[in-house]
Ligand binder design. Structure first.
Ligand code: URA
Length: 188
């Protein structure tokens, strides 16, 4: 895991974009470094910036509950990262140039983790990782295999906190994820 430590150290000193000026912590990621399932969110919020870990605020609590439904756990069998590793001030969407400045770290994380499945959490991750014109409302829960990696997107947990009517569809998407994990014999 020497490469991992090297990557994490470089990332933690990153000055590739202006987000480095306002961050408290670089939020590199959390979880099992050879997990078969990788979740990718958008970028750290206030709590994540303060604690240095992804999804530890209200949305994170809901994410952990969602994962628990299908026997996933950040401490046991999955990895969680973000498109941008530093908090966009005021929780605005990360700008295209910030995403471009940061995405190399995620690509290197993917190369080291070698997940079988990548689950995009919300529109920003889906448009960056699946397709620029990805429509989360229409396409969430659908699967496509890219270079041997199965990709899908679900609603972002923050969207589910704002709009509970999206939860049944997300439950359905989680069951589909569990099916895909079984189908691929992914590590649990
Ligand atoms: N929202 C995200 O997209 N990522 C986090 O780490 C926290 C909230």
């Amino acid at each position: 895991m020497q490469d991992w430590e090297k990557l994490e150290n470089i990332c933690k000193q990153c000055g590739n974009c202006d987000l480095c000026r306002t961050r408290h912590n670089v939020v590199f990621g959390v979880g099992v470094k050879d997990a078969d399932v990788l979740f990718v969110g958008e970028g750290p919020g206030e709590q994540e910036d303060l604690q240095g870990e992804p999804f530890v605020g209200a949305a994170g609590k809901l994410l952990d509950e969602m994962l628990c439904i299908i026997d996933l756990d950040r401490k046991k069998n999955c990895y969680i990262a973000n498109i941008v590793k530093c908090r966009p001030p005021g929780n605005r969407d990360p700008k295209e140039e910030e995403q471009d400045a940061c995405i190399g770290y995620l690509h290197q994380q993917v190369a080291l983790i070698k997940p079988k499945i990548i689950v995009c959490l919300g529109r920003i991750a889906a448009t960056k990782l699946i397709r620029p014109d990805y429509r989360i409302t229409r396409e969430h829960g659908q699967w496509e295999c890219r270079d041997g990696v199965w990709m899908t997107a679900v609603y972002h947990p923050s969207a589910l906190l704002r709009d509970a009517s999206k939860r049944p569809e997300t439950f359905h998407d989680l069951l589909s994820l569990r099916e895909k994990i079984r189908e691929l014999n992914a590590k649990m």
